[in-house]
Design a protein around this ligand. Sequence first.
Ligand code: FES
Length: 261
Amino acid sequence: MSTKRKEKSRVISQNRLAPGIYDLRLFTEMAKEAEAGQFVGVYTKDASKLLPRPISICEADKEQGVLRLVYRIAGEGTAEISTLQEGQQVELLGVLGSGFPLCEAQGKQTVLMGGGIGIPPMLELAKELKEMGTEPVIIAGYRDGELFLKEDLERYGKVLVATEDGSVGTKGNVLTVVQEQKVNAEVIMACGPMPMLRAIKSYAVQQGIKAYISLEERMACGVGACLGCVCTTTAKDPHSHVKNARICTDGPVFEAREVDI
Ligand code: FES
């Protein structure tokens, strides 16, 4: 578990990568402890929103202390965050959640699958896997030909693209790519919309392979306060003795078989 604290960060840059998708780079000490799959809470100035907006970590440069967040505008909070400019300060809460278990991928044929705004966390994950000598295959599923982060991902592994409209790569989703290109996986690590994660879970169960999925799409407050993210688990929680977990504090990454989705 990471140590959670509030900290002021400074905006280095903000760029628009695709319609509604922004790339925010921040100077923060939190970059030094961030792991792939974790997220931070970003506070907005509007005092009526006391809870921060949870945004997953796209990249962490531990040496330079730079955290990169790539997010989609999904409401007023993220719309305000998209107006932050170079030099401005923004308060963060972090580092939050559990990351992907890199040790499970060590030496194994590892396939990363990112769908839509689930693609950004795959970048830090691919980087960390490559650094430990396990270069992954990365399947990125986009809506259309706006292939944000594709070139960044190519630095750390072989990238295969699916688009819903068929404008680039395979027409379909990440699993269409698996079938059409006969991609073999010993371990899958994925993030994306719930229907995609459900399909990956059933594929992994059928094939008898481990799949670690990030359920971050289901998060609301991100800090354990709203209970909007509770999901059913297959095992009982050792403390509460109930079969459920809070995605934001117990996850967002789970082994697919551990959660009912
Ligand atoms: Fe609010 Fe988890 S997102 S409790």
